[in-house]
Design a protein around this ligand. Structure first.
Ligand code: ADP
Length: 161
């Protein structure tokens, strides 16, 4: 039996930290669905369509990773895609409290879907979408943080505004 996993998130935008987690997950599971959430409690820099396009362009090298957008609950989307595992990334201690409450809530909503935490390689431990957005706004070099296609999209965003 194959085990499929979803990796849900906002991906505003996708960074090398997310890609690092995806590379690890793609070695562990038969199929990984990078799932870009329509719902978010924060205002996003990129639209859902833009976030989806940047994710798709950034994971082409991973043959068992597919990219979808979804509305509503991640556990419902996982079930609709026959995924029994939900992957989340754990960085510093600061992620822990939020990720734990999310995992416990999701287990209550659907006990059949297991959350699996993956730790990124050390160099991505402090990388986040929000830091990347701030660096882009300040005109920083972005090559260590995001793929070239994402760096271009970030530069274009702040050029226009
Ligand atoms: P969300 O808004 O749902 O937290 P994100 O797109 O910010 O979505 O992140 C999705 C998942 O990826 C989260 O579990 C987050 O902790 C994880 N993540 C983000 N950046 C990194 C990173 N640099 N290393 C490891 N995991 C990460």
């Amino acid at each position: 039996m194959s085990t499929n996993a979803i990796y849900p998130g906002t991906f505003d935008p996708i960074t090398y930290g997310h890609i690092n987690i995806l590379e690890k997950a793609s070695r562990l599971f038969d199929k990984v669905i990078l799932s870009v959430a329509a719902y978010t409690d924060k205002e996003t820099l990129f639209s859902l369509e833009e976030r989806y396009e940047l994710c798709s362009a950034s994971v082409k090298h991973l043959s068992n990773v597919e990219v979808y957008t979804f509305e509503g609950l991640a556990v419902d989307f996982a079930r609709s895609q026959n995924c029994s595992v939900m992957i989340r990334g754990l960085r510093a201690v600061s992620d822990f409290e939020y990720e734990l409450s999310l995992a416990l809530t999701n287990t209550t909503l659907n006990p059949e879907i297991e959350t699996v935490f993956l730790v990124p390689s050390l160099r991505y431990m402090y990388l986040s979408s929000s830091i990347t957005r701030q660096l882009a706004e300040l005109g920083s070099e972005l090559k260590d943080f995001v793929p070239p296609v994402v760096a271009k999209a970030l530069r274009d965003k702040f050029k226009k505004e």
